[in-house]
Ligand binder design. Structure first.
Ligand code: GDP
Length: 296
């Protein structure tokens, strides 16, 4: 299960705090040292950990906490609150254009789960009575177009393709027009990914963005890759001004670093959490629920 290591370590630290009737400053310091180590081991960004612990400390070490009847619980509450804030505080919802269709551009490295997540998002929108259209703008990965078509068939969601001989910019533009002509209220554009960030990929994505002016640019990142996921998010955000992040593979044994750092490092909210290879594995991301899950 995701976050298992982090969750059990934090629960261990808090178990000790909870048991104490009175807390000394040293008790709090000791607990926060352990929290710090647990977060670093979970691959949370170093600076994020430092700021986080400092914030908790200023609130936890004070007369009011020490004098309360259950100081351990108060400290745990502070950690919970700060963990929630770290991940964005409140839920960040998917944009909805008041001049439909709402255009969503999916970007990310190859293998992150972009195509699968496009299908999952189409399914989620379909469940909310929307009429999504998926657009196959990844003309480089040989099976990508077919993969999207198969997903479309499974979901009964239309897929717009122009094969792999037309430029992705043209495909995206024609796809949006197709959505308008056919009454689709959401367009999900599956763009190409590479194994690494490179300039020509970014240029192409920038061209698509300039042309279709998407309401959302969602970066799909593999949460199993921890710090790397955060670095990828930072680079994409600098170049493309992302509007949100989707964390995939949260079903795996991810240590949690990406989920806990990506918002703080990039300023870009996590909008969805994806699990599993099945198409119903996409949920809006709720920072408070995730924090509670980690803290047990
Ligand atoms: P793309 O190259 O970014 O389009 O990635 P794909 O959508 O083709 O996904 C790459 C692999 O990851 C596939 O085998 C997917 O089934 C798998 N995958 C995608 N999302 C998830 C997820 O949330 N959890 C798990 N366990 N696997 C996923």
């Amino acid at each position: 299960m995701a976050f298992e290591g982090l969750a059990s370590r934090l629960q261990n630290v808090f178990g000790k705090l909870r048991g104490k009737g009175k807390l000394s400053e040293e008790d709090v310091n000791e607990a926060l040292r352990e929290v710090r180590l647990a977060l670093l081991e979970a691959d949370v960004n170093f600076k994020v950990v430092k700021d986080f612990v400092a914030k908790v400390k200023t609130q936890a070490i004070g007369q009011e906490v020490m004098k309360s009847f259950t100081p351990g619980m108060v400290v745990i509450d502070i950690v919970n609150k700060e963990l929630t804030a770290l991940m964005g505080g409140t839920q960040s919802k998917l944009a909805r254009s008041n001049r439909p269709p709402t255009i969503i551009m999916m970007v990310g490295l190859q293998g992150a789960g972009k195509t699968t997540t496009s299908g999952k998002l189409a399914k989620l929108l379909q469940k909310q009575n929307h009429r999504p259209l998926m657009v196959a703008a990844d003309i480089y990965r040989p099976a990508a177009i077919k993969q999207l078509q198969v997903l479309g068939e499974q979901l009964n969601v239309p897929v717009f393709t122009m094969g792999d001989k037309v430029s992705p910019v043209e495909i995206a533009k024609a796809g949006v027009q197709h959505a308008k002509d056919n009454g689709s209220d959401y367009v999900i554009i599956d763009t190409a990914g590479r194994l690494h960030i490179d300039e020509s990929l970014m240029d192409e994505l920038k061209n698509i963005r300039a042309d279709i002016e998407p309401d959302e640019i969602l970066l799909v990142v593999d949460s199993m890759t921890g710090q790397d996921a955060v670095n990828v998010a930072e680079s994409f955000h600098k170049q493309l001004e992302l509007t949100g992040v989707v964390l995939t593979k949260l079903d795996g044994d991810t240590r949690g670093g990406a989920a806990l750092s990506v918002k703080a490092v990039t300023g870009c909210p996590i909008k969805f959490a994806a699990t599993g290879e099945k198409l119903d594995g996409l949920e809006p991301f709720f920072p408070d629920r995730m924090a509670s899950r980690i803290l047990g």
